[in-house]
Design a protein around this ligand. Structure first.
Ligand SMILES: Cc1ncc(COP(=O)(O)O)c(C=O)c1O
Length: 395
């Protein structure tokens, strides 16, 4: 046998990876760990990942389900029938929308997974998707992975942070296959008026474009505001898919459980793609999510109230620190301008290194996000106020 030294060689990566932007906050866990090791008291308001507990009903159901060997088997795309039925019942009660539990609902391993896979169902190389900038990055990721071209539309404060559908160029509309719409919005915390949703549905119907309505924050809304479901709009079912998640409503980010709702045709397409990439969310987690939905009336209002107290504390403290921060009507984010004379990445980097505060630079979510910062309501009111005080100390 030859003992010749083997030369180091390089297996080339696929071209599609070169177009990928870095994932927002990707380097933060490492920097945060180093700072904490040095004794810095880090306040992390970066990711939308609150420190609050999930519903006790979900924890108890997870524990009980884990003792049943049948629940350790492959879920497949069907998943737990009781989960599907609970989702359908909740959608009807909450939004007045009737969906077939087996043909029009699909369990997801977190809504990020479904959102990213959706493009494989509708986008061929050379096709275009319409994406809000700033916005949730899996819209871009799914498009690039399926060979499509993201067309990003800047969200402007003067326009209520709505994607300006009327201003879309005709050649983009002609080639577009998916319009991603997310209200209540991450990161701007904007909400969409009903006539805007009607406009989006009409546009998608006229142009045979899929409306991907990302409703991850439908239940985190304040001061009496109740975000709608896209299927409340006439004609939406033919052209829309909606994504819901347990992550924010129930503080279950790590459990990876969500669902998609849409026409039988769209749901079948997504299920088909997923059948080649995953085998469904863990059945015990589906059972726990079913229990979480069962505790919606008794548990969710208290959780939303916890977020409201956090919102009020953060916004008041940011204003005391000199930031012009609007009061969000929904979501778990405050979105506010960086102080004059700097940009969002520089400010966020200084916030971390000089003050031990993790915040999201708007530019990490798209170029039009520069000039803004996003702080997530992930900590207690006192810690949020302390973070805002520290941000105000950056000169
Ligand atoms: C707009 C939006 N959509 C979807 C998600 C995905 O949530 P999950 O994959 O945890 O369901 C998030 C999470 O931050 C989000 O902000």
């Amino acid at each position: 046998m030859s003992m010749a030294t083997t030369e180091s060689i390089h297996v080339p990566l696929a071209d599609r990876l070169t177009g990928f932007p870095p994932y927002p906050l990707g380097d933060v866990p490492q920097i945060r760990r180093e700072l904490r090791a040095k004794g810095v008291d880090v306040i992390d308001l970066g990711a939308g990942d609150a420190d609050l507990a999930p519903p006790p009903a979900a924890v108890a159901a997870l524990e009980a389900a884990s003792k049943d060997p049948a629940m350790s088997r492959y879920p497949f795309q069907l998943g737990l029938p009781a989960f599907r039925e609970a989702v359908a019942a909740w959608m009807e009660k909450r939004f007045g929308v009737r969906l077939d539990a087996y043909r029009e609902i699909l369990p997801l391993i977190g809504s990020k997974e479904g959102i990213a896979h959706l493009a494989f169902c509708y986008v061929d190389p050379g096709d275009v998707t319409i994406i809000p900038d700033p916005g949730y990055q899996p819209y871009v990721g799914g498009t690039l992975l399926s060979g499509g071209e993201p067309f990003t539309v800047p969200l402007r404060q003067e326009n209520g942070f709505l994607v300006d559908i009327e201003a879309l160029p005709a050649d983009v509309v002609r080639r577009a296959r998916i319009l991603y719409v997310n209200y209540p919005n991450n990161p701007t915390s904007a909400v969409a008026p009903r006539d805007y949703l009607e406009q989006a549905v009409t546009f998608c119907r006229e142009n045979r474009i899929l409306l991907a309505f990302d409703n991850a924050y439908s239940e985190i809304a304040f001061d009496g505001y109740r975000p709608p479901c896209i299927f409340e709009i006439d004609g939406a079912k033919d052209v829309a898919i909606e994504f819901h998640s347990f992550s924010k409503t129930y503080n279950m980010t790590g459990w990876r459980i969500a669902w998609a709702a849409g026409s039988a045709e769209t749901i079948a397409a997504l299920s088909r793609v997923k059948s080649f990439t995953d085998t469904g969310p863990f059945l015990c987690v589906q059972e726990a999510a079913r229990a979480a939905l069962g505790s919606y009336d008794t548990w969710v209002p208290g959780n939303v109230e916890a977020f409201r107290l956090r919102r009020d504390a953060l916004v008041a403290a940011l204003r005391r620190s000199g930031f012009d921060c609007p009061l969000p009507r929904a979501t778990m984010y405050a979105w506010f301008r960086v102080p004059p004379g700097t940009d969002s990445r520089t400010f966020a980097r200084r916030a971390l290194l000089e003050q031990g505060v993790v915040i999201m630079p708007g530019a990490a979510l798209g170029p039009a996000g520069d000039g803004y910062l996003r702080a997530a309501l992930t900590q207690s009111p006192a810690r949020l106020a302390e973070a805002a005080r520290r941000l105000g100390a950056i000169s």
